[in-house]
Design a binder for this molecule. Structure first.
Ligand code: DON
Length: 561
């Protein structure tokens, strides 16, 4: 019997990322929860549920509404990952609507005369923009998973674009960050800086061109965006600003249905973003390492130390190994295996930090609240965890004339120059080098954790810090935490390079910082807050739903109805 168990254990080890679909209840909670980064987007989701839609229709509605009212963070000029779990048959799938490089991509165009990354080109204007995936993802989800026609689920977004939404403090701060760039482009100016100034708080922001573009998408589906007048205007607008998109780049865009990244942590079965996001792999590696400790029994300093050591090792692999699965071969099964984690764990000392390496350190931009994540559970038990992005605040800053589409600056997520840090301080090599049609590596980590008694739907923006925030949220959830608390909890982060622990003010006491420094860690304290987590938890014993929206986001709304 013993031998049999050992053999079974080996089998489980060997198939760590081939786990069967995580167990999902077939009966729902009877009511629904939505947590998103904007109250009007949460309302849009409930409007569509009330019209007979399921969680996937609501996901389309929330995504599209965010594209209008939180265009600083995601939009139809961007992309994302839609992690869906269907109650009726237990199907779990990741819709990969990530942007990709145009066929004419040329890495040299992002470098200056000295071969250094030219940040103005990698993050501002037309060259910074990948071919958008979000519109194709919305069409795909409505067609294959939703119950309502696209026109119904896009209706709230179209209305918000046409009638306007009130300017709020959060949007004002995002605009302030990107004002100089946006003033370069007439269509961006017209929406966000009429007369050279951002609208006053409470003033309505109307986006009639965006309303028309969304309407075309609603009526014609894929062709309404990727072919015809919208496509022609997008290509012309990008080329007029020095970019290199073609009509074929748009017409050839395809979403990919991918297997979610599956892993286990003690009794929990998790699904998260698979490549081209690094999110799920990072979470699996880190949690596999941590599973070997009696985590709950450790002191706060030991917990932070071990989390950091696990983060460092997982992010090292990200830097050198991960990229677009359609372009590079990656040992995902190995990286997410318990055996690999055990090897990494064996080199971790409880009393000493492991220095990351002798590689030069990159300058880091703290992940903020741009990009967006929302979580939905509907009355039937369907689940959507969605993280979508235009990358930095206001993406590339370029709204293409006549379309209302604010383009992403996701090209900066490629390793445009090997070993030179991107805007998040992340380095990369060949695996994430830009190639025609290739998707850039992401850290977006929409995640669902299935436990015996509780299920969590969780995610956040925050650039390179996304996976570590989701990790902290998951650990709180595993230990019984409620979403309203773990979305607000103070955060720490480490990403291999630069070799430093970042800590929000209040995340660590002076004594804890001193103890971590005594272990050999560098600690950067009191950084400005980061992240904008939106999470929902389903308690299977009571059938209660609870939801939390990160107070850092200012205008989010978590609601149970
Ligand atoms: O895909 C990624 O990993 C990044 N483009 C996400 C950017 C982000 O979260 C910005 N938010 N602070």
């Amino acid at each position: 019997m013993k031998r049999m168990q050992g053999w079974l254990a080996l089998l489980v080890l060997g198939t760590a990322n081939l786990l069967a679909a995580a167990t999902q209840p077939t009966a729902g909670p009877g009511h629904a929860a939505i947590a998103s980064a904007h109250h009007l987007a949460t309302d849009a989701g409930f409007e569509v549920l009330a019209a007979g839609g399921n969680a996937f229709d609501a996901a389309v509605a929330v995504t599209a509404a965010l594209a209008v009212v939180e265009s600083s963070s995601s939009g139809i000029g961007g992309g994302g990952f839609w992690l869906l779990a269907r109650a009726s048959d237990g199907k779990q799938v990741m819709i990969d609507g990530r942007e990709l490089a145009p066929a004419a991509v040329d890495a040299k165009r992002y470098l200056d005369a000295d071969g250094k990354l030219d940040r103005d080109r990698s993050i501002n204007g037309a060259l910074a923009a990948g071919i958008p995936g979000e519109p194709a993802a919305l069409v795909h989800i409505a067609q294959h998973y939703g119950r309502l026609p696209l026109a119904k689920s896009l209706a709230p977004a179209i209305r918000l674009a046409r009638e306007g939404y009130p300017m709020e403090a959060r949007m004002a701060s995002m605009l302030a960050m990107r004002k100089d760039v946006m003033l370069r482009y007439p269509a961006s100016r017209a929406v966000f800086f009429p007369h050279g100034k951002a609208p006053k708080l409470g003033a309505l922001i109307r986006q009639p061109d965006l309303a028309k573009t969304l309407e075309r998408l609603a009526v014609q589906g894929f062709d309404g965006f990727y072919r015809g007048p919208t496509a022609t205007a997008l290509v012309a607008g990008v080329r007029a600003e020095g970019g290199n998109w073609s009509l074929d780049d748009l017409a050839n865009y395809r979403v990919k249905e991918r297997e979610p990244l599956r892993f286990r942590y003690h009794d929990f079965e998790l699904i998260s973003a698979s490549p081209p996001s690094s999110g799920g792999v990072l979470l699996a590696t880190i949690l596999n390492i941590l599973e070997g400790y009696d985590f709950a029994a450790l002191s706060r300093v030991d917990r932070v130390h071990l989390m950091v050591e696990a983060m460092r090792r997982a992010y090292r692999d990200r830097s050198y190994i991960l990229g677009d699965p359609d372009a590079v071969a990656m040992p995902i099964k190995l990286l997410t295996s318990k055996a690999y984690a055990a090897g990494l764990r064996s080199a971790i000392r409880l009393d000493r930090a492991t220095p990351s390496s002798a590689l030069p350190e990159g300058a880091v931009v703290a992940g903020g609240t741009d990009t967006t994540h929302f979580s939905i559970i509907d009355a039937e038990g369907n689940i959507a965890a969605v993280t979508a992005s235009v990358n930095l605040p206001m993406g590339s800053g370029l709204i293409v004339p006549g379309t209302g589409v604010l383009l992403n600056n996701e090209m900066d997520d490629f390793a445009l120059a090997a070993n030179q840090a991107n805007a998040y301080g992340l380095i990369g090599t060949d695996a994430n080098a830009p190639k025609p049609g290739k998707r850039m590596l992401s850290t977006m980590s929409p995640t669902i954790a299935f436990g015996k008694d509780r299920i969590a739907v969780i995610g956040t923006p925050g650039g390179s810090r996304i996976a570590t925030m989701v990790l902290l949220g998951l650990i709180d959830f595993f230990e019984g935490g409620a979403p309203a608390d773990f979305v607000a909890a103070k955060r720490i982060h480490h990403q291999y390079l630069p070799d430093v622990i970042s800590a929000e003010a209040g995340a660590l006491t002076a004594e804890e910082v001193a103890a971590l420094r005594a272990h050999g860690h560098s600690v950067s304290e009191s950084e400005r807050p980061w992240g904008n987590m939106n999470a929902v938890v389903w308690d299977l014993r009571s059938q209660q739903l609870t939801a939390g929206s990160d107070p850092r986001g200012l205008v989010g709304k978590a609601e149970v109805r």
